[in-house]
Design a protein around this ligand. Structure first.
Ligand SMILES: Cc1cc2nc3c(=O)[nH]c(=O)nc-3n(C[C@H](O)[C@H](O)[C@H](O)COP(=O)(O)OP(=O)(O)OC[C@H]3O[C@@H](n4cnc5c(N)ncnc54)[C@H](O)[C@@H]3O)c2cc1C
Length: 395
């Protein structure tokens, strides 16, 4: 037995060593200058893969990656927000450039930044500008990290003070937000989700997963109103605890509330490319890509993550996989090899409903609290994401 274990361990070490040697040889060519626009999960993954392999620049208006998979925990747990902003500089050093890309010159192959007269040239351009949306799920790109952390810290007090919370939107973000509140303040707040569809979270969730959500809502006393719309949202103070709010619904019903949280309405960040690549965008502002994730109708331009139209559920994990795929193709370009087509993984989702559980779905297989807690609910991917950036989270 010991002999076989020894052989297996030896073979493992040889394969590992071989892979390390092969991997070390993967470099950009000396004339490649890669520019990545957007340092979310997609852009940061690609930057990580390229680090030490040649000339690249990662551009983002913020000085830190917003780990927005953990944004809702930051909205509820005092002291947590600092774990959700991971500075770029320690990870990428001089390869990181703070700024907002406002134009692309496709002929000259260069990008221009707001408030910076010097354009940045590229041989390959990777657009990874993602989406924006309402706080607290997303946050602004034009504020310093210290202010963004403070916004989340202040928000924990709005939730603490509220007694009747209405969450607008029953997608993954709304359901996760409701779970966080109902779990951290059990029986202390009325939590209602207003959802404009008859399916919670995503039509990709199988009936067993939908049943689990219903069951969780019962246990945690979360009230989900399906097929309803808030009709007076523009008259209501958003994200601010305010006594005596009346939330009007499309059915004519009125709900009393003292805090309204918007959890809907993501839009694609297309400012960087809407002029240069208008003809390559779909009606949602996403860039149309081919099987290699190259932007259709453009030369030497790729799009990864939430800003492309690849037919896949938009998730951080998917964005990272696409980032890694484009890395492979940049190395293929360096070696004058043909590009490889992107092959998506199957559908996978971890949906926490509070820090003590939720559900996961992989393909059509659904698992409950234990797996949801293990995968996401417990630390909302904080350790994993800091590790991905080669850093340690603050205590
Ligand atoms: C609350 C919440 C929880 C979520 N939880 C999960 C989860 O558990 N698991 C999961 O897989 N997915 C989750 N998602 C989805 C996931 O966050 C997105 O799919 C993911 O962020 C997409 O990554 P991205 O890199 O494409 O874009 P983004 O993360 O949106 O990043 C885009 C980046 O581009 C930058 N940028 C934009 N415009 C410009 C410009 N003009 N110039 C330069 N830079 C620019 C932005 O500053 C930003 O840093 C969650 C989403 C939300 C809102």
């Amino acid at each position: 037995m010991a002999k076989y274990l020894g052989i297996a361990a030896g073979a493992g070490i040889i394969v590992y060593g071989y892979r390390r040697i092969i991997d070390a040889g993967k470099k950009l060519s000396s004339d490649q200058r890669v520019v990545i626009v957007g340092g979310g999960y997609a852009g940061a993954r690609l930057a990580k893969e390229l680090n030490g392999r040649g000339d690249f620049t990662l551009i983002d208006p913020k000085d830190a990656l917003h780990h927005n998979m953990a944004a809702l925990r930051a909205a509820i747990e005092p002291g947590f927000a600092k774990k959700t902003f991971i500075p770029y500089e320690p990870s990428f050093g001089e390869h990181f450039k703070q700024g907002k890309v406002i134009a692309i010159d496709m002929k000259k192959q260069e990008v221009s930044l707001e408030n910076d007269p010097t354009p940045i040239p590229y041989t390959q351009l990777i657009l990874a500008t993602g989406t924006s949306g309402p706080f607290p799920g997303k946050c602004r790109h034009d504020k310093p990290t210290s202010q963004l952390i403070q916004l989340y810290e202040n928000y924990t007090n709005e939730i603490k003070a509220a007694k009747k919370v209405v969450i607008v939107g029953g997608g993954a973000v709304g359901v996760e937000m409701a779970g966080e509140i109902a779990t951290d303040y059990p029986g202390q707040k009325e939590v209602t989700i207003v959802h404009n569809s008859d399916v919670a979270v995503s039509p990709k969730l199988v009936p067993k997963a939908q049943d689990m959500i219903t069951e969780k809502f019962k246990i945690k006393k979360i009230n989900m109103l399906y097929n309803e719309k808030v009709t007076n949202l523009s008259d209501l103070p958003i994200n601010k605890q305010t006594e005596g709010l009346k939330v009007k619904l499309s059915s004519g019903k009125v709900i009393d509330a003292d805090l309204v949280i918007p959890c809907f309405g993501l839009y694609v960040n297309s400012d960087a490319y809407k002029d240069a690549l208008g003809g390559s965008m779909n009606e949602r502002g996403q860039l149309k890509v081919n099987e290699n994730l190259e932007v259709v109708g453009a030369n030497n331009v790729f799009a990864i993550g939430d800003c492309n139209d690849y037919d896949e559920v938009k998730l951080a994990s998917v964005s990272q996989t696409q980032g890694s795929h484009v890395y492979k193709n940049l190395i293929n370009i360096a070696r004058s090899k043909p590009l490889e087509a992107y092959k998506p993984d199957g559908f996978r989702m971890a949906l926490p409903i509070g820090r003590d559980g939720g559900l996961t779905q992989s393909g059509t297989k659904v698992l409950g609290d234990f797996m949801a807690k293990f995968i996401k609910a417990k630390d909302v991917f904080v350790s994993m994401t800091w590790k991905e950036m080669g850093q340690k989270p603050p205590k």
